[in-house]
Design a protein around this ligand. Structure first.
Ligand code: BES
Ligand code: ZN
Ligand code: ZN
Length: 497
């Protein structure tokens, strides 16, 4: 499917479906819809009223034009109430229109540029959101089951406004990159544990860097990790047949801004819980436990096109968490790369053990700030549900920047506190720390645990345990399966540096 922006008059467009938008509660079609209504002698509004179309968000109204205009059909997508309208409404509207186009087997779709000029919405951001919505709803994980659906050949965004067209063309380039990064992450996360081992993630990193002068990859194997004192990664990997790796990717910009960022991802390719074995139901989706690293890889997969001005480091410790005669036992003590000792009371709280090392490693790169992403705790999903990421950190400004970037990206995030008084919950009798807290506030004690490994470097921790994987349809562009949640927020953030 080719997505493009053209200057032109919507009414003149020859296509299988012409897509318009309407706000809920609007009395008469106005703007583009008003013009089409006039060309159709008022029939658009006539049928729309007869069908009791309210233009609620996601609601659709479809009619044939009987060749009164060159478009065969007109689709009106509900944009919801004015006051709720934001850039994500644009993303959703575009996704909805593509779903309908696929059902109708359209070859060519022409759409208005939803949202441009509404409030403070810019044409570039609206076009970007439209491309993201269209590409992401069209995504299917097709490694093991063929995707039989057929997308249109052409999706054209048409506007009369020459300046908006120019800006929107740049937005299409942005949207293609952001969607490709998200899709890259989705594919990795959807891949079952049988085909996703620590060395698969190493391969993915090498494949991304291949032929790109701007990206360098260093891989530390088990022997090197032993020399580096990466007791957390080694401890978790002990029970598995698969050897662990620490992967360090570095993107160097052509015109550097002197800013240096470290992105750290949890990379447990399968989390059985280890000897603290998970019950069957909780294990069903644990192939997703490398989603943090998939987000980092998703960002790196398009970083050349995105061309941020900051130097970006991508770091993850790839392991598999399995029970066996060699596995770590509850009660064992590990020493992390920063020399802190950890009493492992539950081998299922393994993410923080690997992050203890990768965060220590990130600190050594002397970045301006560190962001880690991890499917870290079930407690986070209890607290915020399946759609919202918890943001915790030691630097309010960084946390705020992430929240702002997330809202533009259409990824829901909410700040949680690193409550000092809870720190004592992870005190151990025999080591510097233990890897579990009390029964309550598990998302926060996990965050407090990680804080022990970032020194004073500005840092934010994103617990993506809920939104990394959708158990059901979340919105028009997020179906059941891996979401790639986090990629678009990070890209948005990198753009500002
Ligand atoms: N990978 C899980 C967390 C998780 C749960 C991710 C649900 C996605 C969906 C993590 O390693 C884990 O098992 N955490 C334990 C920690 C506990 C033992 C302190 C949990 O949340 O139960
Ligand atoms: Zn676990
Ligand atoms: Zn885990």
């Amino acid at each position: 499917m080719d997505i493009s922006v053209q200057k032109g008059d919507l009414i003149q467009q020859e296509c299988d479906m012409l897509v318009l938008g309407a706000f809920e509660g609007g009395k008469e079609p106005y703007g583009a819809a008003g013009e089409v209504n006039e060309e159709l002698n008022g029939r658009l509004f006539g049928y729309w009223k007869a069908e009791k179309f309210k233009a609620k968000q996601g609601e659709i109204f479809l009619m044939r034009t009987d060749e009164k205009i060159p478009a065969k059909r007109v689709l009106v997508v509900g944009l919801g109430k004015n006051e709720d309208f934001c850039v994500d409404s644009v993303r959703q509207a575009a996704a909805t229109s593509l779903s309908v186009a696929k059902q109708m087997r359209c070859k060519k779709v022409v759409s208005v540029l939803h949202g441009a000029g509404y409030g403070d919405l810019q044409a570039r951001d609206c076009a970007r959101a439209m491309v993201e919505g269209v590409r992401l709803v069209d995504y299917k994980f097709a490694k093991y089951k063929k995707d039989k659906s057929k997308a249109p050949e052409k999706f054209e965004i048409v506007s009369k406004d020459g300046r908006a067209v120019k800006a929107a063309q740049r937005g299409v380039v942005d949207g293609e990159a952001a969607a490709a990064g998200t899709v890259f992450a989705r594919d990795l996360v959807n891949t079952p544990g049988q085909d996703m081992h620590p060395d698969t993630l190493v391969e993915a990193a090498n494949q991304i860097a291949h032929g790109k002068g701007s990206i360098r990859v260093r891989v530390y194997n088990k022997e090197k990790l032993q020399k580096m004192g990466a007791g957390g990664i080694l401890g978790v990997a002990q029970g598995s047949e698969c050897p662990p790796y620490l992967v360090h990717m570095v993107y160097t910009p052509k015109k550097p801004s002197k800013k240096k960022v470290a992105l750290v991802g949890k990379a447990v390719t399968f989390d059985s819980g280890g000897l603290s074995l998970k019950p069957a139901g909780s294990m069903e989706t644990m192939k997703i436990d490398m989603a943090g690293s998939a987000v980092v890889l998703g960002v790196f997969s398009v970083i050349d096109q995105w061309a941020p001005k900051a130097e970006v480091h991508g770091i993850f410790g790839a392991v598999e968490n399995m029970p066996s005669g060699k596995a770590i036992r509850p009660g064992d003590v590990l020493t992390a790369m920063n020399k802190k000792t950890i009493e492992v009371l539950n081998t299922d709280a393994e993410g923080r053990l690997t992050l203890a090392d990768t965060l220590s490693f990130a600190v050594k790169q002397k970045p301006d700030f560190i962001i880690d992403l991890a499917t870290l705790t079930g407690a986070c999903v209890v607290a915020l549900g399946e759609e919202i990421t918890a943001v915790m950190g030691n630097n309010p400004e960084l946390s705020q920047r992430i929240l702002t970037a997330a809202s533009g990206a259409g990824e829901k995030m909410w700040e949680m506190p690193l409550e000092k008084n809870y720190r004592k919950l992870i005190d151990s009798d025999i080591a510097d720390l233990k890897n579990i807290g009390s029964r309550w506030g598990g998302c926060l004690t996990a965050g407090l645990f990680l804080q022990e490994f970032v020194d004073k470097v500005p840092w934010a921790h994103l617990d993506i345990a809920g939104p990394a994987y959708a158990e059901r349809v979340i919105d028009p562009y997020t179906k059941k399966g891996a979401t790639g949640h986090g990629v678009r927020t990070l890209l948005e953030l990198l753009r500002e540096l």
